[in-house]
Design a protein around this ligand. Structure first.
Ligand code: HEM
Length: 497
């Protein structure tokens, strides 16, 4: 009897406590979607029937007149931003109140990932950014150009070996290209991933990013349950991948210390910075892993979707082909770094792909210093938020807002001519983020994706396969991934010019 009474008491107290937590936003006059007991507003993300980024997109669209809205991440109040001026302040002007990304990994099981500037905070973030940024300048990326050209040749040679009308999944194809190219530019390595069906390098990226129910659970814990992140007995990156990178970088370092001949690659530049920045073994391996992780999945996603969009839009594909042949003709057919730089329409195609099929659909920050939000309709006083409050910015919602991009479902690279870019609000295009935590790999990412797309369109016509299913997001993936793939066919072009 006493046990039963205690049970009722505890249940009542829990119920009252949870209900009380859900009064936070209403007391402050902040609009929010109705929470579900205990799960708040993220139940669909928990059951994986929706992605957290899709939920934020929905809330953005449901409250068109507010600069921001509240929601509940389980029991915790969180914010979803929508006004570009406020977004700009959070990412740039008031960066010091939001200097950390929300995605924090497990310190014990993701020890190498903790050196990735995307995950790191404070001094560790500052050090990582200071070491890595100078290694990714336009000049340094230019020095990777011969390696990129070589990877592009391997890609097009591989496509030539395929039987006519063979169905190809664009993202898996580009995962091979990205693995080959990233490993080549980082470590001067030929991975042979275009010739071997079972390939250890290809497995690295697949094992980190392949969406599975397990990866979905890990992602959910990392993005929704911060209190579980540090106690869970596993990391985001499988343990073997971390260990593989640790041994691999150590061996390469020892080899290079013995050798007289020095490669011109990322690792060599990193090794030259060891004394200047006092980089230890774990940081060295961590930075190398960071460059692989940060460039592999994002670039494969962007290039995979670019191929798909060109297949869906044959006129745009032909216009791009014309630009490619015209510019290459000026360089006697040679694919130089300068030629690539001159292909403006090609760059616009990539930017428009990143708008319409934004791979990183959500930017998540955490409040690190008390911050007062702008006053909203009906409020007497503005709301102050405190350290620990999660802040979400739905990149996809901004990119699909007809106010900034009329007819947003249409793929139109002309949205990214110089004038259009100049006139647009800085915070409504966030494919690479903005402010002091903006992506540091933009030049490398663009060089790699532009070169890959240029080589494909120069040599092949791409069409959508009759077996392509409607594109839906895989809710188990960390970044935008088409659940049923992007199935296309490649037909070699007969040279006309
Ligand atoms: C098309 C490919 C890429 C896309 C779409 C992309 C996108 C992004 C985005 C959205 C962020 C977060 C920005 C923020 O929170 O404000 C980011 C951060 C970052 N990216 Fe990229 N990225 C790409 C390629 C790369 C490459 C190739 C590298 C390195 C070689 C790289 C390295 C990083 C790093 C280190 C950060 C963390 C920066 C910091 O927190 O200080 N990314 N990227």
């Amino acid at each position: 009897m006493i046990v039963f009474a205690l049970l009722i008491l505890v249940t009542t107290l829990v119920y009252v406590y949870v209900k009380w937590r859900y009064t936070y936003w209403s007391k402050l006059g902040v609009p929010y979607p109705e929470p579900v007991f205990f799960f708040g507003n993220v139940l669909e993300a928990f059951t994986m029937s929706s992605h957290i980024s899709s939920l934020c997109e929905k809330w953005y669209n449901n409250y068109p007149t507010y600069p921001y809205t509240g929601y509940y991440k389980l029991l915790n109040p969180a914010i979803n931003l929508r006004d570009p001026d406020l977004i700009k302040d959070v990412l740039i002007k008031d960066h010091f109140s939001f200097h950390d990304n929300e995605q924090h990994f497990n310190k014990r099981f993701d020890s190498l990932m903790m050196h990735n500037p995307f995950v790191a905070s404070n001094d560790s973030w500052r050090k990582g950014r200071t070491v890595l940024t100078p290694l990714l300048t336009l000049l340094k990326v230019k020095s990777f150009h011969p390696s990129i050209v070589d990877s592009c040749e391997k890609l097009t040679n591989y496509l030539r070996t395929l039987p006519p009308n063979e169905d190809v999944e664009a993202k898996s194809l580009i995962a091979r290209f990205a693995t080959q190219n990233v490993m080549r530019c980082l470590f001067s390595l030929d991975t042979k991933c275009f010739t071997e069906t079972k390939n250890e390098f290809l497995d690295l990226g697949t094992n980190i990013f392949k969406p599975t129910s397990w990866s979905g659970i890990k992602l959910m814990i990392m993005s929704i349950c911060p209190m579980l992140r540090d106690i869970m007995p596993f990391g985001f990156v499988p343990a073997y991948v971390g260990e593989w990178f640790r041994c691999f970088v150590k061996e390469l370092k020892e080899e290079r210390l013995k050798s007289e001949q020095h490669q011109q690659d990322f690792l060599q530049m990193l090794l030259s910075s060891v004394d200047k920045y006092d980089i230890n073994e774990a940081e060295l391996a961590g930075y190398a892993l960071a460059m692989f992780v940060d460039s592999y999945e994002t670039s494969s996603g962007v290039l995979g979707f670019a191929i798909y969009e060109l297949a869906r839009n044959p006129d745009i594909q032909e216009r791009l082909y014309e630009e490619i042949t015209d510019v290459l003709a000026k360089y006697d057919g040679e694919f130089t770094f300068e030629a690539l730089h001159e292909m403006k329409y090609l760059e616009n195609v990539i930017y428009e792909t990143m708008r319409l099929d934004v791979v990183d659909a959500l930017i998540s920050k955490i409040c690190t210093k008390e911050y007062t939000l702008p006053l909203i309709e009906g409020q007497k006083e503005p709301v102050t938020i405190y350290p620990g409050t999660a802040i979400q910015i739905s990149t996809r919602a901004l990119h699909m807002d007809p106010k900034y991009y009329p007819d947003p479902e249409t793929f139109d690279p002309n949205r990214f001519t110089e004038e259009e870019r100049r006139e647009r609000h800085k915070a409504v295009y966030l494919s690479f983020g903005e402010g002091p935590r903006m992506c540091i790999g933009i030049k490398f990412a663009l060089a790699q994706t532009k070169a890959g797309l240029m080589s494909i369109v120069r040599d092949f016509k791409v069409t959508i396969s009759p077996n392509q299913k409607p594109v839906v997001m895989d809710n188990r993936a960390s970044i935008y991934h088409a659940r049923h793939g992007l199935i296309v066919n490649f037909t070699p072009r007969t040279k006309t010019k």
